[in-house]
Ligand binder design. Structure first.
Ligand code: GDP
Ligand code: MG
Length: 169
């Protein structure tokens, strides 16, 4: 029996400058592009194989203008799950994640600490990320979007597994 195509709506959420657009473009194109000049949210579609099964990702790369600018209800209602992105070099971006998570209790999430290549400027320890992920019962990885392709894809794939699993309940 051929299983039907799963569609998952993923919002990429986090404070300004953490690398949400870099992560999104990395996942879709496998390329790293350093600078993006878009002013608003961007929506993409991308089909990928997860555990050998095709999954259609609808991805919303959100674009908060400042640190107090949390994702709207419209975005959170649209999404099946969120990639919660902070930068290990930015304590404020880690606190941003907590504020977002307070508003999305039930939704599957994946926690990602980006800019893992910038350890010399680290402000958030790996342990802190681990502890937060245990609290949220979600996956966690420190990644360097600038240097790696697979880590980014792994985070999207893991979130899609969680979303598909949550539909079976
Ligand atoms: P957004 O505002 O969250 O969408 O962040 P962007 O994707 O626009 O990235 C903000 C800045 O961080 C850009 O200058 C990127 O080149 C840079 N950046 C993104 N990911 C990484 C990374 O993994 N390592 C480093 N060193 N810089 C990154
Ligand atoms: Mg962006």
């Amino acid at each position: 029996k051929k299983s039907s195509l799963q569609e998952v709506k993923v919002a990429v959420v986090g404070a300004p400058g953490v690398g949400k657009s870099a992560i999104t473009v990395r996942f879709i194109t496998k390329r790293y592009i350093g600078e993006y000049d878009h002013q608003g949210d961007m929506k993409y579609k991308h089909e990928a194989l997860v555990d050998g099964e095709p999954v259609l990702f609808e991805i919303l790369d959100t674009c908060p203008k400042h640190e107090d600018d949390l994702p709207s209800n419209e975005v959170l209602n649209w999404a099946d799950g969120c990639i919660l992105v902070y930068a290990i070099t930015d304590r404020i971006s880690f606190n941003y994640i907590r504020k977002v998570k307070e508003r999305i209790c039930e939704m599957p999430v994946a926690l990602v600490g980006n800019k893992g290549d910038m350890v010399h400027l680290r402000q958030v320890s790996t342990d802190e990320g681990d502890i937060l992920a245990k609290d949220y019962e979600c996956s966690f990885s420190e990644i360097a979007t600038a240097e790696q392709v697979n880590q980014v894809a792994d985070a999207f794939h893991e979130l899609s597994r969680e979303i598909v699993q949550s539909r079976k309940k």
